[in-house]
Design a protein around this ligand. Sequence first.
Ligand code: ASP
Length: 407
Amino acid sequence: MKKIGLLPQILIAFVAAIIAGIVFGSSISVVEPLGTLFLRLIQFIIVPLILSSLVVGVASTGSMKTLGRIGGKTIVYYLVTTLIAVSIGLLAGSLFSPGTGVDISSAGEAPEAKDTGGIVDILLNIIPTNPIESLSSGNILQIIFFALFLGVGITMVGEKADPVYRFFDGLAEIMYKITWVIMKLIPIGIFGLLAPIIGEYGLSVLLPLIKLVTVVAIACIVHAVFTYSIAVKTLGKMSPLKFFKGIAPATLVAFSTQSSSGTLPVTIQSAEDNLGVSKRISSFVLPLGATINMDGTSLYLGVATLFTAQAYGVELSFSQLLLVVLIATLGSIGTAGVPGAGLVMLMLVLTTLNLPLEAIALIAGVDRFMDMFRTATNVTGDATGAVVIDRSETKQDSGTNANKATG
Ligand code: ASP
């Protein structure tokens, strides 16, 4: 018998989960441990994976100049795609006005707005006072900071730091291997994660807010089909079809886990194995992307803010819309790659615009579904960054070599 490939297996699990959820309703929750098993397996590699792959990614750039160049390009690329995403979100929100006619009074108590602290505190908090504590508590931003500096330090020290470099290189290889093993369980994991959600919420919870969820879903798909296709085609010189097919395992895991960070091992593996991105670039660009690049989330923040304004009959001025773009962009950078984090950011946006927080209670009921689409978009967007930066670096390298040859 011919073996079924991983991607078809994942797709079958995906469809089976939706059907099983609808057919068996909440009793399908018996399969939940399968989802938890998979989630825990991918979560347990995240901290060592991010640390080792980023240290190696930074150290293998070879010089501060190259590092600065790759880092700069990565941040600019991610910022631009995020801005496009919020704009698509705002456009879709005004075109389809999902909030018009929604009865907000049916919403329950709104949760308290979280005090996220001032921007200065948020930035200062990225610097760990004790990196070992950051590792043990899994504070991703602090781990990234630590790893970046370790990598920079290794580059500056040179030969004497070689054993440390080789240690992290070996650790990263081990983590990739473990990921490879765990990836075989993706179909089971997806089934275990998705079926209980569909079974519990059913499609009926969706109905009152179906328009909101649909607008977010369609806008995410539009952003992926247009922005990402154009980016990988023109800047990455790759066929969009090849790209979407290659990254599909990560996109579907993101959809099912609603966690960019949790999906990271699969994203790295898919980018390297299926899209041919070099390890040097993927190990640097993808962990950064999983933490700071959230196109789906920023798009969602745009749509959900307009939804709230429409539901309350508040007209937003042009300058307020610009403010939405700004906070949604910054907010999405600050959003953690974990389930539901975007909803917390929505509170921040609504508070800043003085919009009533009660809408959160209503949106929270269907947030899970929007989280699926935005996380899938976030992860796919991270991968486009890896393809684009990888391509531009190959060009740079061949340019430098050509210069060397002629010079
Ligand atoms: N769940 C999203 C992610 O991990 C973040 C969000 O809630 O928007 O990318």
